[in-house]
Design a protein around this ligand. Structure first.
Ligand code: EPU
Length: 339
């Protein structure tokens, strides 16, 4: 039976650990709860926000509407073929729990995405990514409820318009659907992706030369733990900005000036720059204003040392954007959703 709660403190529901009060709060534990919520008409004329693990959100004030917290659970094998499987996970599952489940079966695809905070349902919205892999690489389809009609809709990969930390759910369909299950296509003969960053080094360091998916997952967890703050200890929402993408010409000009600058050529010949590097060059790594700060080990992550307000984080973010723009002529776009 669906219950709507009132005046709920959102601090435990966002990994930044920001205090904000939601006027109304609904817990969705099944697809039927979501349908009932829409059919009851309580959403009509109200601001609403579908919340998963709250790991990519910054509240800058109270939420004068209804927060819909998706908590349904379940992971199941739905198809098995000679070389791949389809696994469906409920949107309310913790992302890392799903990764651990698939890794335990020896199925490949999600291992580089180990330890990303958040829920399964939020993954496709952001097209989460790490260490050379994006969710879209293993995505098969998803099921959602239309928040206008209460009808179920399915999306295949092409219909999601995935891009770098982007999808149709962040744009045209923003606030219009609730994802309740996601299906992944995983390989029974995994092609491991070890080329990115420190993975190879980490495996070599531990003396592994023919890694399993579990060993890659372990390596990714160790790398993440070594430089990214644990949201259970220090509030944060992962990368606060996207890595900016510039033209090859702009990148060349910058590289002439800054030969050490990391560059990541993209398939469409644009160049992705490392926002963390740009921010560090501006002297902002480890910078702190009251309880809002730039993480000392990864400048792309903003942190809440305790009692920062959403406003404090945003004003720090604005300062960083200005400095990077002034020095490099590059505009940093926020990755985190601001409410
Ligand atoms: N760098 C610095 N200083 C810093 C941070 C980074 O010089 O303070 C340099 C690094 O030395 C490296 C380059 O910038 O040469 C890239 O850094 P890193 O490999 O740490 O990754 P990133 O580009 O900063 C992205 C994702 C992360 C993901 C990592 C690993 C985005 C916005 N962020 O960060 O995703 O974990 O790659 O694949 O694309 C997230 O989205 O929340 C997130 C954590």
């Amino acid at each position: 039976m669906l219950k709507i709660l009132e005046n709920i403190q959102l601090k435990p529901y966002n990994t930044f650990g920001i205090s904000a009060v939601a006027r109304e709060f609904a817990e969705i534990r099944s697809k039927d709860d979501a349908i009932e919520l829409v059919k009851s008409g309580v959403l009509k004329g109200k601001l609403h926000l579908v919340l998963g693990g709250g790991s990519n959100i910054l509240f800058t004030g109270n939420f004068d509407g209804i927060v819909i917290n998706v908590l349904n659970k379940g992971i199941q094998l739905i198809e098995e073929h000679d070389d791949y499987v389809l696994v469906e996970a409920a949107a309310g599952e913790v992302w890392h729990d799903l990764v651990m489940w698939t890794v335990a079966q020896g199925w490949g695809g999600l291992e580089n995405l180990s330890l990303i905070p958040g829920s399964v349902g939020a993954g496709p919205v952001q097209n989460i990514g790490a260490y050379g892999v994006e969710l879209k690489d293993c995505f098969h389809s998803l099921k959602a409820i239309d928040l206008e009609t209460g009808k179920e809709i399915q999306f295949n990969k092409a219909e999601c318009s995935f891009g770098y930390r982007d999808s149709i759910f962040k744009r045209e369909l923003k606030g219009r659907i609730l994802i309740h299950a996601v299906t992944f296509r995983l390989s029974k003969r995994p092609q491991l992706k070890l080329g990115y960053g420190a993975i190879k080094q980490e495996l070599e360091f531990t003396g592994i030369n023919k890694p399993t998916v579990a060993e890659v997952s372990d390596a990714v967890c160790r790398i993440r733990r070594s430089k990214l703050p644990d949201p259970a200890i220090t509030g944060n929402a992962g990368s606060f900005f996207k890595n900016p993408v510039v033209s090859a010409t702009s990148a060349k000009i910058l590289q002439n000036q800054y030969p050490g600058m990391p560059v990541y050529p993209q398939p469409d010949e644009t160049i992705k720059l490392a926002a963390g590097w740009l921010i560090e060059q501006c002297g902002m790594k480890g910078y702190r204003e009251d309880d809002a700060g730039v993480h000392p080990k990864q400048a792309l992550v903003l942190v809440n040392y305790g009692n920062a307000s959403g406003f404090g984080i945003i004003s720090l973010a604005g300062k960083i954007q200005n400095k990077v723009l002034e020095r490099f002529g590059v505009k940093l776009e926020m990755e985190v959703n601001i409410f």
